[in-house]
Write a protein that binds this ligand. Structure first.
Ligand code: AHR
Length: 493
């Protein structure tokens, strides 16, 4: 029996709702087909946006949506995507398959999408191949209220009022696709470009600098040393690859056994070490945690589905992805003192997606269900939870078997999200809850007898949450049993 202690009276700060952010890039079938089909499409749409996808995403209470990239952002020139669609410039999407980008989905279409989803925009600006002037004018175009060259152009294009724009990224992966820069060089560019990302009227921009790739601690050190005072957030990108290998096969999204399962869990848990170590450097320059660590790209990354365009990053999504999501979200909760936003890559049809589409059909992935189950934690207070996890042993390697976090919302309801990483062994937990008098417990579980179970267009509900019943709550003691390979969310009140 695993002993756990939860203190309902001891909170450790707020779990920002922005940890539940999403990412939509001009990549493969994410924007075009997955979100935007155009008003004339035979696929049912609202103002050109797919109706089924809009409805599914609204249900998730997405707090923030990042756009237009990714690598695409540092080759994107926003002026190409405004004005009458028939006159918009056509370009090549050099990063993703070399396909034509007709710019029919631009600033107005993105910001309207955010309105329809009731989500906040997070825009990535172009440092790699864009000018300071271009970046300055984009922010002016979107947020200036009154008469100005850019505000007038916006009005001419049909948007009288400025939009609210809080989150703005000054470049993306400038250590790689965003210019192959050294941190010293990028730190100077960040200082330069971000100076012209202005606050117009009462619009206050939260400026996010390009942060490290995975374990590039030197990048974090240099950026914090040279520019911490000019930024609100520093990004971190880390993806889970089952093989850990960027240059060969990353592994199949659906064809795997216990070895790949374990490797994936281990590589997912590595996120915690990355956050701890990058935070330690950030603490040195920013002990008050004013600069947020923004994990604006994360998730599972596999070989593309056989027969699909390698540049489109289309992959299936199994029970294993549900665990990747549940574990990462628990980690973000538990380090929410420093981690202020996270954006899973990506929302539709790309990498670890929420939904997949095929023609006019759509399915919800296991990852979608985890986001739906976990959304109760948004803006709740993180609770103090202590336990010693048993170890998950596989061959000569070990990792913790459990990943857990807990929060209390404004109504005093407690939610516990627990993942059993083990592919074959269940976990019995006995949790003592201090300062809690509630008597009711209910829950949902997401699991399956096959590790690689996934939803298809013919069997879209193969993996879906069901009611969880294997628990009791008596006199402040909660007992529950987690079957192998499960994500569970419990509600206590
Ligand atoms: O999410 C896919 C790509 O991964 C993004 O464009 C890039 O930023 C990262 O390398």
């Amino acid at each position: 029996m695993i002993k756990m202690t939860l203190n309902a009276a001891k909170t450790n700060g707020t779990i920002s709702r922005y940890l539940y952010g999403q990412f939509a890039e001009h990549l493969g079938r994410c924007i075009y087909e997955g979100i935007w089909v155009g008003e004339d499409s035979l696929i049912e749409n609202v103002e050109g946006y797919r109706k089924d996808v809009l409805e599914a995403l609204r249900q998730l209470n997405i707090p923030v949506l990042r756009w237009p990239g990714g690598c695409f952002a540092d080759e994107y020139h926003w002026e190409d995507g405004i004005g009458p669609k028939s006159e918009r410039a056509r370009m090549i999407n050099n990063n993703w398959g070399g396909v034509e980008e007709n710019n029919h989905f631009g600033t107005h279409e993105f910001l309207r999408l955010c309105e329809l989803l009731d989500t906040e925009p997070y825009i990535s600006g172009n440092v790699g191949s864009g000018t300071v002037r271009e970046m300055q004018q984009w922010v002016e175009y979107m947020t200036f209220d009154g008469e100005s060259p850019m505000a007038n152009l916006r009005k001419q294009n049909g948007q009288e009022n400025p939009w609210k724009l809080q989150f703005f990224g000054v470049g993306n992966e400038n250590w790689g696709c965003g210019g192959n820069m050294r941190p010293e060089y990028y730190a100077d560019l960040y200082r330069h470009y971000s100076t012209y990302v202005r606050n117009y009227g009462d619009n206050k921009v939260y400026k996010i600098a390009c942060g490290p790739n995975t374990d590039d601690y030197h990048w974090t050190e240099v950026l914090m040393r040279e520019a911490a005072g000019l930024m609100n957030g520093l990004s971190l990108h880390y993806y889970t690859l089952p093989t850990g290998n960027w240059f060969g096969s990353k592994g199949s999204s659906t064809e795997f056994g216990a070895d790949e399962w374990f490797a994936t869990m281990k590589n997912t848990m590595y996120m915690e070490e990355l956050i701890v170590k990058h935070s330690k450097i950030m603490d040195k320059y920013d002990p008050e945690c004013k600069v947020g660590l923004i994990v604006d790209e994360w998730g599972g990354w596999y070989d593309v589905e056989p027969g699909t365009n390698p540049g489109f990053l289309y992959q299936q999504n199994t029970l294993r992805d549900a665990l990747i999501a549940g574990i990462n979200l628990n980690i973000f909760h538990n380090y929410s003192k420093r981690v202020k936003m996270a954006n899973i890559a990506q929302v539709v049809n790309v990498l670890q997606a929420m939904v997949l589409t095929e023609g006019d059909r759509m399915l919800l992935t296991p990852t979608y269900h985890v986001f739906d189950m976990y959304k109760v934690h948004q803006d709740a207070e993180l609770l103090d939870l202590s336990f010693e996890s048993p170890m998950y042993k596989h061959g000569s390697q070990t990792i913790p078997q459990l990943s857990v976090s807990a929060s209390k919302n404004v109504d005093g309801i407690i939610h516990i999200s627990a993942c059993n990483l083990h592919h074959a062994i269940s976990a019995s937990v006995s949790c003592h809850i201090d300062a809690f008098e509630g008597k009711e417990v209910s829950g949902q579980i997401l699991t399956h007898s096959s590790l690689n179970a996934h939803n298809t267009f013919d069997r879209p509900e193969e993996v879906a949450p069901v009611k969880f019943t294997d628990m009791t709550l008596r006199d402040g003691k909660l007992n529950f049993v987690l079957p192998p390979a499960t994500v569970v969310v419990l509600k206590l009140g």
